[in-house]
Design a protein around this ligand. Structure first.
Ligand code: PRP
Length: 200
């Protein structure tokens, strides 16, 4: 048996859409069952549903063999995992954004503070960074920060809150990650699964 850690939320919805578009019906039905169970077993594959930053933690420890996670998570923190390949879904990007009439940017609110820090360090700009856990768009609206570094997918959240993108920082997409040991010891099962979901 192999265990695959999936990221709950937006990336999971993109994965489901990808499976629908590619008629991967064997997994679809079980993965879209309406209940609150945090794992499901389909043949020899156990799927667990985790928060994004926890997916590489499960894979690193070996309790999950594979993971599907956004490149945003892998760019924010280091993990001792195999970063196997890019997957054809989960596209979005990081941007610096804020109110249209903002002149100086000295404070930045972000959930991904390391990415924000590295970006401004690279630009040799001295900003202070405030960590938030979500709904980061509130910060410039309330005057907590001058701008934000955050994920933009459709742009709807920025638009609906009267914010604009100042600059794009980096593209984000789904990545397939694997445990460094079991990727080889469970090679046959892993490759069978990867063929079934059409990524090799
Ligand atoms: C993410 C991100 C933005 C939003 C962007 O938040 O932080 O708020 O999605 O998507 P859009 O461009 O399609 O509007 P998420 O919904 O993951 O929740 P969070 O605010 O709690 O992080």
């Amino acid at each position: 048996m192999i265990t695959v850690a999936l990221t709950k939320g937006r990336l999971f919805e993109d994965f489901i859409k990808y499976m629908e578009e590619n008629s991967l019906n064997d997994y679809l039905q079980a993965l879209t069952a309406e209940n609150r169970s945090l794992y499901t077993l389909i043949d020899n594959v156990k799927f667990i549903f985790a928060k994004g930053p926890d997916v590489p933690t499960y894979v690193e420890s070996g309790v999950a063999d594979l993971g599907i996670v956004g490149s945003d998570i892998l760019a924010e923190d280091p993990f001792n995992i195999l970063n196997v390949s890019q997957l054809p879904f989960g596209e979005c990007h990081f941007s610096v954004a804020g109110l249209p009439d903002q002149e100086e940017v000295e404070t930045i609110a972000a959930k991904y503070t390391n990415i924000a820090f590295e970006h401004f360090k690279h630009q040799k700009k001295d900003v202070s960074i405030i960590h938030l856990n979500g709904s980061v768009e509130l910060a410039p609206l309330l005057g907590l920060s001058d701008a934000i570094v955050d994920i933009v997918q459709t742009g709807g959240t920025l638009r609906d809150n009267g914010l604009v993108e100042y600059e794009k920082i980096m593209d984000i997409h789904a990545r397939l990650i694997a445990n460094k040991r079991t990727f080889y010891t469970k090679e046959d099962e892993i490759y069978k699964f990867l063929r079934e979901i059409g990524v090799i």
